[in-house]
Design a protein around this ligand. Structure first.
Ligand SMILES: Nc1nc2c(c(=O)[nH]1)N[C@H]1C(S)=C(S)[C@@H](COP(=O)(O)OP(=O)(O)OC[C@H]3O[C@@H](n4cnc5c(=O)[nH]c(N)nc54)[C@H](O)[C@@H]3O)O[C@H]1N2
Ligand SMILES: Nc1nc2c(c(=O)[nH]1)N[C@H]1C(S)=C(S)[C@@H](COP(=O)(O)OP(=O)(O)OC[C@H]3O[C@@H](n4cnc5c(=O)[nH]c(N)nc54)[C@H](O)[C@@H]3O)O[C@H]1N2
Ligand code: SF4
Ligand SMILES: [Mo]
Length: 707
């Protein structure tokens, strides 16, 4: 027998990662046998990350869900029986119709996120379906929504600096982003710029993998970046480093900002951040005098109570020094702002009936346990593309809620995740190579296509097909519920927009990716002469009468709901909620500030159930400084328990200088069913000051030896 001929197909990594790699699927005998980075893609450059490099093993993992299941044991026991699709869909829709008859549609609630970033199988389907139902709307603010609010208010929906233009930068500031682990394909460009002489500054509260490769690691205490940024503004003004011509022509509110910054001296900031005042001055001087200077804002910058205000302060910096004048100068947040997706068609916010209640996904535990008072309590929840039991805060409350006998819970999943373990009905969903889609990117300026090149194993079907079938059984006649996946793609992208000139779906199918027409990395300087997409057309240091709102990719869904509180007209430092100063009582009991960044070897909670990935990443661990370890009799590798009033988890102690005394680090993603608790058992579901974003870096804990 001759060897089978390998076929290749264009892939797009569907994970919630800024890189959205263009991939090459290798198919043999109808099976996915390998996956490579697309060598032609200027950012993917032929390489994938450690998570995805053997993606086929995830497709054919022995624990993969293949058939619809019905719960047979107690909730959370993972005892299920196989049922047919007809039985599953009939049971779900019969229950939902009964709930709607008895309690109204507000008693049903969707719960999803960007676990799949496809336009068709990630964003669509579910939103339109539940909006048509009139179900309670779930506001999704896991990631960047506070950053988005601050960014939109200051510079508007601009992609800012092209990540590829960093090759032209001479001063690169990576602010609260662990690019080596979380944004690898941008890091390659940063490293190249560094080799060409650029200075790379990493501002991170601990010595992350990325900080270790920096020319200069600046380590503010968690949640104090706003003070650092305000002191930089102070120094720029005091030392005459401001580009006055740029400020006069293209910004609003400079005089007021200068007035605010007057008292925000480097000495003042030193007390708050722990960074020596001279270092702050040096940083400000270098930043202003080494053009082009570019800042990469990490999502983690928003994760303490003052996160929104901190990001506003940082977003002012490039305009103050005129960095936007240069190719490779300015700031990069989420390039997705310039992607031409039709979110109104995708999410169908127009279908949401007036008066529909909104709950927040970070407060799922409070919603399900009744701590958040609702006119109509939730009687059914459907969960897909997210795993709140590991990823959302106040885990113990979520579990208490999911155990409610009167809650009818449906999960669509690839595996029995920590959340799916509590479902009444589990639906098997298709994976990457098994469905056609285009994948949203929040980290570059390309459209990315994903070809269906293999059949799903067992009876798994793509998310959008699940919702098509549910819509048919619920009697929803809108045409969008009948579109094929290809028709969805035709309708979801604004192919007529200038950004898509010369690109259509056929082009995507042929090439796998396409650069948007938004300038090239060698000439893009969108705010050289202002042109900010703000109401004034300028960078808005000062806002008059602006109120808080939730931004981010799904924002159309919540527009009109929000009577947000009035925001400070100027950026400033706002202290965290849980510190010695702001909550001394709590600090007495729980004196350590915990950070819970992403794991290098997992993608949120994905891959944290695969043995060889856990081996690569290591078992759940806690980084701790020797002073804190000694004070508690903790030795290297001891099993420790981290706890506060919200819950506890266990991990192996790693004593290291990478963290300062008073700070511990435990990375995210480990499964509760394979560990004793997870890091989100201790995290709070309170919001930061903007965009209802999470406070994952604003949590006090205590740590003890497990005896
Ligand atoms: N390997 C891997 N890659 C991923 C993911 C993953 O789970 N694993 N997840 C993806 C997703 S969803 C996202 S949103 C991105 C996020 O990617 P990043 O933006 O890099 O987010 P984090 O890893 O949470 O945190 C980045 C760094 O911020 C630091 N930090 C935390 N709080 C503060 C603070 O208050 N001030 C300062 N200066 N630093 C602070 C942390 O120590 C950490 O090193 O990564 C994506 N890529
Ligand atoms: N403590 C702490 N908590 C955090 C963070 C942190 O830094 N610290 N980061 C936050 C951030 S930035 C984010 S983005 C969130 C992410 O939180 P989640 O979005 O909940 O992240 P995942 O764990 O990746 O969950 C995605 C789930 O969707 C499933 N899935 C993937 N593709 C498909 C599909 O096509 N169909 C179906 N039906 N299911 C699919 C996966 O198997 C997985 O179980 O976590 C947040 N939580
Ligand atoms: S997870 Fe991110 S870095 Fe890894 S292949 Fe996917 S898009 Fe690329
Ligand atoms: Mo995220």
């Amino acid at each position: 027998m001759s060897a089978q001929i390998k076929k290749t197909a264009h892939g797009g990594c569907p994970h919630d990662c800024p890189d959205t790699c263009s991939m090459v699927y290798e198919v043999e005998d109808g099976k996915l046998v390998g996956v490579k980075g697309n060598p032609d893609h200027p950012m993917t450059r032929g390489g994938l990350c450690v998570k995805l490099k053997d993606y086929e093993k995830r497709h054919y993992h022995p624990d993969r869900l293949l058939y619809p299941l019905r719960r047979t044991g107690p909730k959370g026991s993972k005892q299920f029986e196989r049922i047919s699709w007809d039985e599953a869909l009939d049971e779900i829709t019969t229950k939902w119709k009964a709930i709607i008859d008895e309690h109204g549609p507000h008693a049903i609630m969707p719960n999803s996120y960007l676990g799949n970033q496809g336009l068709v199988h990630g964003l669509n389907g579910g939103d339109a379906f539940f909006n048509r139902m009139g179900a309670t709307v779930t506001e999704r603010t896991f990631c960047g929504e506070g950053s988005c609010t601050a960014w939109l208010l200051t510079v508007g929906p601009t992609a800012g600096v092209d990540p590829e233009s960093f090759i032209h930068s001479k001063y690169i500031v990576i602010w609260a982003c662990n690019s080596v682990s979380t944004n690898l394909h941008h890091w390659h460009t940063v490293k190249e710029a560094q080799k060409k002489g650029a200075k790379v500054i990493v501002i991170d509260s601990f010595a992350s993998k990325t900080a270790k490769e920096a020319d200069w690691h600046i380590a503010p205490k968690p949640g104090t970046d706003g003070a650092l940024a305000m002191a930089v503004i102070h120094t720029l003004i005091e030392e005459g480093l401001v580009d006055q011509d740029y400020v006069d022509n293209y910004t609003v509110g400079y005089a007021d900002l200068a007035e605010r910054a007057k008292a925000r001296t480097p000495e003042w900031a030193e007390q708050i951040t722990g960074i020596p005042a001279d270092d702050i001055r040096k940083f400000a001087r270098e930043y202003a005098t080494t053009p082009p200077a570019a800042i990469r804002l990490g999502v983690a910058l928003e994760r303490s109570y003052g996160g929104g205000q901190a990001i506003r302060a940082v977003a002012c910096l490039p305009a103050l020094i005129g960095a936007w004048r240069h190719v490779g100068g300015g700031a990069l947040q989420f390039p997705v702002w310039e992607h031409p997706y039709k979110f109104d068609v995708i999410c169908r916010a127009d279908l949401i009936p007036e008066g529909t209640p909104v709950v927040n996904n970070l407060q799922l535990g409070r919603v399900l346990t009744g701590e958040t008072k609702l006119d109509t309590p939730i009687k059914s929840m459907m969960c897909w593309n997210t795993n709140p039991v590991t990823q959302a805060p106040e885990t113990d409350k979520i579990i208490e809620g999911l155990k409610r006998e009167d809650l009818f819970m449906v999960s669509a999943e690839h595996f029995i995740s920590d959340t799916a373990a509590y479902a009444d009905i589990v639906l098997p969903a298709s994976m990457g190579a098994e469905m056609e889609d285009m994948v949203l990117s929040w980290g570059h300026l390309y459209l990315t296509y994903n070809e269906k090149c293999v059949e799903s194993p067992g009876e798994a079907i793509p998310n959008n097909e699940i919702f098509r079938r549910l819509a048919q059984r619920m009697g929803y006649e809108e045409e969008n519920f009948k579109w094929s996946d290809s028709e969805c793609l035709e309708n979801y992208v604004d192919w007529e927009s200038p950004a898509c000139a010369g690109i259509d779906l056929n082009y995507m199918r042929e090439h796998g990716f396409a650069r948007l027409n938004v300038g090239t990395k060698d000439d893009r300087a969108p705010h050289k002469e202002g042109n900010f997409p703000t109401p004034s057309g300028k960078c808005e240091f000062k806002l008059d009468g602006a109120t808080n709102f939730v931004a981010g990719p799904f924002r159309q869904m919540y527009e009109g709901f929000q009577a947000g509180e009035l925001l400070d007209s100027l950026p400033d430092y706002v202290a965290s909620r849980e510190t010695a100063e702001t909550n001394p009582e709590l600090f007495k009991k729980y004196p350590l500030n915990i950070l819970s960044p992403k794991s290098h070897g997992f993608l949120n909670s994905c891959y944290a159930n695969m043995d060889h990935k856990i081996k690569g990443q290591g078992e759940q661990f806690v980084l701790i400084h020797v002073i804190d370890a000694d004070a508690r009799g903790i030795k290297e590798n001891n099993k420790v328990r981290v706890f506060n009033g919200r819950g506890a988890f266990e991990g192996d102690a790693r004593i290291t200088d990478d963290v300062s005394a008073g700070i511990i680090v435990a990375t995210l993603g480990y499964w509760r069913q394979l560990n004793k608790g997870t890091v989100n058992c201790i995290s709070s579901a309170e919001f930061v000051d903007m965009g209802h974003a999470p406070t994952f870096s604003d949590n006090l804990v205590q740590i003890e030896l497990v005896s």
